[in-house]
Ligand binder design. Structure first.
Ligand SMILES: [Zn+2]
Length: 604
């Protein structure tokens, strides 16, 4: 998609001269605008990590760092800190032989799972039902392996979790039904390989599991593949008097005492080849040395700012929300996250003129959209000791402020934040919403995990999120400047303190266990900036189930499928428990009125 820029042709008429004066004045205030316009230009092709566009974005940021007078980090030759990552996976031609039959191959029939080792495995087969292991600590326990010995065997298991269990247990089971988690459970019990079947009674029945783009895929230590319904039928021919359908129906009752079994007289040869492509990403990191010895800090001599500069490229990686007619267009990511980069650069340009006792690190992460790769790499192989960083300020999607609202998240990571925010916000005057939780889908997560007091700036979700329409002209530059200013003031006040901030470990609200991929799609766009009780919709996806049900932007969901909803966690928990294609009731507040509609979730 072409991004249109504000670039009026000015004539010599009086109005035009006045207009140009107005624009000049506006331009002078809008310090962040040129940064966003440069980074969100089509020329950078959406800044996908590892691509030429991302390299050019890094070049641009380095140029800006130089021009504000930032150096490279102490001990580093370069602003660029490279890291390697897995850029994609594909099946390199996996196959399966049942006893001495002809090999089943092609991706529709047998396909490696993204996290599989590449190897050939031969052996006897044990059918382990859904292959679920729910630890005893949960309200109930479930162990597909309770009566099975799978040592040295190939485990055959069903995708997902029992289809007909009570709603109360669906949420728990869903959390342990991720395939990586199931494969790990099989490996821990000595299995040599895992073969996954999508049962005839489940969504996507009989289909192989698509290879997902998952950057944390290396070294799962087990061979794993999915097979289609035809292969599954061929295997179950060896099971007397039963079909996969009848076996699944029994398992779907959720009765934990229905066990799997060894399939006698059957041997599988599974040959899985998963090809991974490795590319290089670059964090870009600048440094403003302390400029005053008058305010010597007692400890922790760094304050760090950060924003990710990568985005989705042409949106081909699966995390794009492009609509039908937008597929394959450049995702410019003006708000996500040229806005954050602009805020950090603008804050840096202001901080360089202050007398500060702590050094300021200006970090620009790559690989955020692929799973926080850049910031986790920085934490893992830190170029400065991570425990020397007194605080981290992160900016992700800060260009779409509405009604003077700004969310500050991860506030729970230090008791000092509330006071610092209040004090710094006096001259800026945002209506701030504070949220304690640091477990956010952005780089704050990496720094919080490293026990650095962290703060995240966020102006909210919107309907251009992860779409090609996230363009430079949609940004609220006046308020983006104010975000940068507030960020600069907070960072300055941290840098001026004698004692560093004390870190507080925030309890993780989301339940433990591997999070299964949510399989239902509702088409809601939650507004995370809201602190009202319930789930405020920032929008609904056109044509999605929520839109079809009649929900709209501004509605506040208070009940979903019989569960009361007070926040986003309640909502994701409720999502785990509902079924694709099954009607449910949504109770919501609109204009002070309590209303309800019927929504039918679709498959994701
Ligand atoms: Zn994003």
């Amino acid at each position: 998609m072409m991004s249109q820029k504000l670039n009026p042709v000015l004539g010599s008429c009086l109005t035009c001269i006045l207009l140009s004066a107005v624009l000049a004045a506006q331009g002078a205030n809008q310090r962040t605008r040129p940064y966003v316009e440069a980074l969100a230009a089509d020329a950078l092709e959406g800044r996908l990590t590892g691509t030429t566009g991302a390299h050019q974005a890094a070049d641009y940021i380095i140029e800006q760092l130089r021009s504000i007078g930032a150096e490279s980090l102490p001990g580093q030759q370069d602003y660029r800190l490279p890291f390697e990552f897995t850029a994609g996976v594909s099946d390199g031609g996996s196959s399966l032989v049942i006893t001495n039959g002809a090999p089943w191959q092609t991706a529709e029939v047998v396909q490696g799972l993204s996290f599989s080792d590449s190897a050939v495995v031969q052996g006897e087969v044990v059918f382990a039902g859904y292959g679920l292991v729910v630890p005893e600590a949960q309200e109930f326990s479930y162990d597909s392996y309770a009566t099975l010995n799978v040592e040295g065997k190939i485990v055959l298991l069903l995708r997902y979790f029992p289809e007909d269990v009570e709603q109360a247990y669906r949420g728990i089971l869903a959390r342990y039904s991720g395939l990586r988690y199931k494969a790990m459970a099989a490996r821990q019990r000595g299995a040599t390989a895992v073969v996954v079947v999508t049962g005839p009674r489940s969504p996507n029945a009989g289909q192989t599991v698509p290879m997902t783009f998952d950057t944390a895929i290396a070294g799962s230590g087990i061979v794993a593949a999915s097979v289609n319904g035809a292969v599954a039928d061929a295997i179950f021919e060896h099971v007397p008097n039963q079909t996969l359908d009848s076996i699944q129906a029994e398992l779907d009752t959720g009765n934990p005492h229905i066990a799997g079994f060894a399939i006698d007289g059957l041997e599988l040869t599974l040959d899985v080849t998963v090809t991974r492509e490795t590319l290089t990403g670059n964090n870009v990191v600048g440094y403003l040395p302390p400029s005053s010895s008058r305010v010597a800090p007692e400890a922790k001599p760094y304050v760090m700012y950060g924003a990710h500069y990568d985005h989705l490229g042409y949106g081909m990686q699966g995390n794009s929300l492009a609509r039908q007619n937008e597929h394959g267009a450049i995702h410019n990511g003006a708000d996500d996250n040229a806005s954050g980069v602009a805020a950090v650069l603008a804050a840096g340009a202001w901080l360089v003129e202050q007398e500060l006792g702590r050094g300021i690190i200006l970090a620009f992460w790559s690989g955020e959209e692929l799973g926080l790769l850049g910031s986790s790499e920085f934490v893992k192989n830190a170029p400065v000791p991570i425990e020397q960083i007194s605080a981290y300020l992160n900016f992700d999607m800060v260009g779409r402020a509405r009604n003077n609202r700004l969310s500050l998240q991860a506030v729970g990571t230090s008791r000092a934040w509330r006071g610092l925010i209040e004090q710094s916000n006096v001259p800026v005057g945002f209506n701030v919403a504070l949220q304690d939780d640091p477990y956010l889908p952005t780089d704050v997560m990496s720094l919080n995990a490293a026990s650095v007091p962290s703060l995240n700036f966020f102006t909210g979700n919107h309907e251009d999120y992860h779409r090609p329409t996230d363009d430079a002209e949609t940004i609220n530059y006046d308020d983006l400047d104010r975000v940068a200013r507030l960020g600069a003031l907070i960072g300055r006040n941290v840098a001026l303190r004698g004692a560093p901030l004390e870190f507080v470990q925030v309890e993780q609200v989301a339940q433990q266990g591997q999070r299964a991929s949510v399989r239902v799609f509702t088409g809601t766009i939650p507004d995370y900036t809201s602190d009202i009780e319930g789930l405020l919709l920032g929008g609904v996806i056109e044509g999605g189930p929520a839109a079809v049900a009649g929900l709209q932007q501004g509605d506040v969901i208070v009940e979903f499928a019989g569960q009361s909803i007070t926040n986003i966690y309640d909502y994701t928990y409720a999502l785990d428990a509902v079924k694709v294609g099954e009607e449910l009731t949504v109770v919501f507040i609109r204009d002070g009125e309590r209303l309800q509609v019927t929504l039918t979730p679709t498959a994701r």
